[in-house]
Design a protein around this ligand. Structure first.
Ligand SMILES: C[S@@+](CC[C@H](N)C(=O)[O-])C[C@H]1O[C@@H](n2cnc3c(N)ncnc32)[C@H](O)[C@@H]1O
Length: 301
């Protein structure tokens, strides 16, 4: 057995290497996010932008451009930019700009919908003596092994945000997610940034961690061969603290006043459309589902 990679290294390779999951797969084929459940998220974000006199929305990690397509439909005069590793989808409205690299300077509303949970981070497990050790993985067999003790910067993060000494407990160290969102905010000269993701706070951390995989709509055993997504919930309070943001639950943000106005059709197909829209609206606010997503909102300028 050669030297094993850490779970973080294997996770990064599985998602982002040249044949990794996000180089080859469209997210919407594997899991559903609020971005592909209709116009309500888009409507709320367009209201947020307009309320702050912003006419540009940048979607970082835009997937197939579903959110920006919906934004274009609800507010066609918005300037829209997708930042995404995947190539531009062929049927995207021409008004949506698409690029791989983040601009050095951003103005407007910057959104990262379910972006941070895919940022690989160190996974640790507490050994029998109460010491957190970096988790290693044999990517062929999936067997996990305890590796070295945690590095100094990670010890600080762990002690502050996810203290744990119970043998067998696990933690996902959110430093790399904090860094990604902080470097995003560093580019925003004027505007708002909203990271939307599943996550936890200091009092609600999952003792066994939350690392998991999805493939074609199903949760599957954590897989490092690039055929499945790998995700772990975000330490929301740590990200918010780093960027000076506030955390709000999606179902509270998307209260009635933010949502698209309800229709009043009298014909059968119009009523059917409205029923479907009402179903999608319930989905993005559902307790125990998409409604539990949290928005980390920060302002600059
Ligand atoms: C979980 S998917 C979410 C897609 C979309 N935001 C949604 O809500 O349906 C994460 C997306 O972020 C993209 N991504 C991850 N890291 C990125 C990076 N550094 N730059 C640009 N896109 C990135 C991936 O290619 C993938 O499409």
């Amino acid at each position: 057995m050669g030297e094993l990679p850490s779970v973080e290294q294997a996770w990064r390779a599985a998602l982002f290497d040249s044949t990794g999951f996000y180089r080859e797969q469209w997210p919407a084929r594997h899991f559903s996010t609020a971005a592909n459940t209709g116009a309500d998220l888009a409507w709320a974000l367009s209201r947020l932008a307009r309320t702050h006199d912003l006419d540009t929305v940048v979607d970082v990690g835009a997937g197939g451009g579903e959110l920006l397509t919906a934004l274009h439909a609800v507010d066609p005069s918005l300037h829209l930019l997708a930042v995404e590793l995947r190539p531009r989808p062929s049927r995207l409205p021409p008004r949506i700009r698409w690029q791989r690299q983040l601009p050095t300077e951003l103005h407007g509303l910057v959104v990262g919908n379910e972006l941070l949970d895919t940022v690989p981070c160190p996974v640790v497990e507490v050994d029998a003596g109460g010491t957190p050790r970096v988790l290693l993985v044999d990517t062929d067999s999936g067997a996990e092994h305890l590796g070295p003790t945690v590095q100094a910067a990670d010890v600080q993060w762990l002690e502050r945000w996810w203290p744990t000494a119970t043998p067998g407990s696990r933690a996902e160290l959110g430093g790399p997610r904090d860094d990604v969102w902080a470097s995003m905010l560093d580019r925003v000269s004027h505007g708002l940034a909203v990271a939307i993701d599943y996550g936890h706070h200091r009092t609600t951390r999952p003792t066994a961690g939350s690392l998991r995989s999805y493939r074609r709509g199903h949760r599957v055993p954590v897989t490092f061969d690039g055929t499945a997504d790998i995700t772990a919930d975000v330490a929301l309070d740590a990200v918010a603290d780093r960027v000076g943001g506030s955390v709000h639950r999606q179902r509270d943000v998307l209260d009635g006043s933010w949502l698209a106005p309800a229709g009043r059709s009298t014909d059968v197909s119009g009523r059917l459309d409205e029923l479907m829209r009402a179903g999608r609206r319930a989905e993005v606010r559902a307790a125990g589902g998409l409604g539990e997503l949290c928005w980390i909102i920060s302002t600059r300028g």
